[in-house]
Design a binder for this molecule. Sequence first.
Ligand SMILES: C[S@@+](CC[C@H](N)C(=O)[O-])C[C@H]1O[C@@H](n2cnc3c(N)ncnc32)[C@H](O)[C@@H]1O
Length: 492
Amino acid sequence: MNDLIMHNLVQLISTHTGIQIREQDYKDFCNKISSRMKILKLNTPEQYYQLLLNINKVQSVSYRENDSINEWKELLLLLTIGETYFFRDRGQINLIKNKILPELIAKKRNFYNTNKDKKPWLKIWSAGCSSGEEPYSLAIMVKELIPDLIDWNILILGTDINPKSIEKAQQGIYDLWSFRQGEPQIQKQYFHQQKMRWEVDGQIRKLVKFRCMNLFQEAFPNQLSELQNIDAIICRNVFIYFNSAAIATVLEKFYQTLNPGGYLIAGHTELHGQNLGQLQPKIFPESVVYQRSENLQIASNSGINSSASKLLLKSDSAQENTSIKQKSVLNLNSSKNVALNKTQTQERSLSQTPATETAYQSLLKQAEIFFHSGEYARAIQAAKQVIQQQPKHFDAYFLTAQAWANLGDSEQAIQYCQQALQLDNLSEKPYYLLAHIAEEKGDKEQAKALFKKIIYLTPSSIGAYLEISSIYAKEGDIVRAKKNAKHCLGVT
Ligand SMILES: C[S@@+](CC[C@H](N)C(=O)[O-])C[C@H]1O[C@@H](n2cnc3c(N)ncnc32)[C@H](O)[C@@H]1O
């Protein structure tokens, strides 16, 4: 295949799907195109290019448009890998199950408690869901977290560019391989065995809806479809195929489709060094996730210094916006004063408490509440008071580190992690945070070294093995990626 036709094909695929064919993959790509040409009995790559190009034409001379659509389906099967399984990535699954979903559910409950005539909505989107294991896993988690499911409107949407994957997802029947990281109890409870295959139970199935879509080409949010007011988007192991421009395009659309306070969860390291637009990284020991800001949207690092910043008070969701119509924009000077006055009042009342063990414990609790409600500057203030009273309080240092990380000040976060480690150098948590910061900064070597340290401290740290495996895979070192992934199987 000559350079020009190779360039044209690579360009066309990128424009149509966002998928990037890297130079080192050109040989493999050539083989795939040749195999398609053979099946279609086409003589030249130019003919194949024309066939693909016809997708944009209403009428074509040599091929019908349908042929083009069908060929794109076949080609996409060769260009993407639909590898997936239930409850993939334990660390991220635990984060979703124990932190992200409970936070979203509690928020919805609070909001709808004051609007009793309406059922709360919870909308989760598994974008690039392949054969459906991910959205069904999400549905099982939601079912377990919401006992009064009947009083809720739940939608878990699974989408993928590959129609064959969506067909399989809709069937909802899986073999044992899809359960390779799952808990046998979950399999027993939510699936029905048919010989060596398992079918998703109806109570889970009815929470999930599938459809075929191209994330890069389709316009969203879309007021005429479900693709609006989403609470969490899980898009894992999809951006790996995209070029940076395509990632930025899709991230902007995701941002607009999320409710304020909503989360985007991507695969580890997939968004490192990418333009995140307005999404805010939030660092948890298990993973970095990205959030659309909610109440205190502060543009500066610490949120207190930038005079250009605006403080936005937003309602719980766009859908809820329309019902409460409450949105005010205050300029930072006045809002800063409000925030500081509140903090000072808080500080005064907190510092009046005697410095007994219970006093600093309640201070720490307060700091944790601030932290979990996204008020990081106030969390830091409260944690600092704990440190004043208890200069060797590991949790206070670590919480401060996490809060600085979430405010985007990695230097402060690193400093507090190091102080926490001086107090307890056997704790994995600061190492995880340091490793994620290193990954965020694109320092893969440092990140790997830190994850190795975690494994050294706790040899059963599956999360750390998976993180290292994912970094090696990103670097194209498949041997080491597999070796580390295999360790996980060994330690489970
Ligand atoms: C490796 S699977 C990931 C499945 C699941 N998210 C997981 O992590 O287990 C990647 C999926 O992304 C889909 N994909 C690739 N490009 C896409 C696009 N432009 N729009 C929608 N889906 C796409 C592929 O068809 C494939 O099923």
